[in-house]
Design a protein around this ligand. Sequence first.
Ligand code: FAD
Length: 288
Amino acid sequence: SLNQSLSEVNGAINVSFEFFPPSTPEMEQLLWSSVRRLEPLKPKFVSVTYGANSGVRDRTHSVIERIQQETQLVAAPHLTLVDASDEELVDLAKQYWQSGIRDIVALRGDLPAGQPKPTRFAADLVRLLRSVADFDISVAAYPEGHPDARNAQADLINLKRKIDAGANRAITQFFFDVESYLRFRDRCVTAGIDVEIIPGILPVTNFTQLKRFAAMTNVALPQWLHQQFSGLEDDPATRQLVGANVAIDMVKVLSREGVKDFHFYTLNRAELTYAICHTLGVRPKVAV
Ligand code: FAD
């Protein structure tokens, strides 16, 4: 079978799942049912995004805490430096370490509109975290380039700086052009970046929303993707099936190209991520 041949070639596949802090009781319920549904797949870690205002930050902490208390999962908070001083970040890192957190996704964060050019970057946060404790640190990578980057080479050098500062892996921005990811992975190797460049997979169910989001992030939406979703604006059930198909096709190609680690932008939903993992051979362990 496909799964056998993929795992023969690749060995074990590792997955991680990303969630965001819910803002309503309904979304909260959706989050926890998704966490529970995905937990038996034994992800390497689950991460929780971090918003640029303090209300969202507190929600990140409480989701992380509840994951630690109520599940067997390794919880990895995202942390951004844009709106915090070094002193505040050191305090937060110490608190995390004391509460048992060992994994952090370290980011610069997006600048509020109108703010002057930044002088601190994610590499500085990685260095700061390393100075506090021996965290396992993930950083962001951009196969199609970060919107603020001077050019692709400068962006690659920035990733190298983050790894040299002590990051353990990179997780990519989502993408749909698999070739652009594979080329990026090759360029990382050429640049001497020797950590896993983990593809960030975004299972798509709402294409209209995706179009808005992709425009802000420099992610190309290929013509074939537009074609797949066109005419389904009022048909969420079919969109769901098409979205699963698109993502499964992508991970099959990536898997054949030797990718062993996958990060999923779950958007707090379990169905598609679960199906894609199943296809990759990532399934609940049956108790014996
Ligand atoms: P950096 O690595 O610092 O890079 C930012 C830009 O600055 C790049 O263009 C880089 O090339 C450039 N640069 C770096 N150093 C220098 C320098 N010395 N001089 C000039 N230019 C430089 N955002 C959130 O707010 N919360 C989240 O939870 C969150 N999670 C994310 C998870 C993943 C996996 C990814 C891919 C992104 C996430 N983001 C999140 C978005 C991220 O914060 C934004 O993309 C942000 O604009 C850049 O963050 P970074 O860590 O990549 O920054």
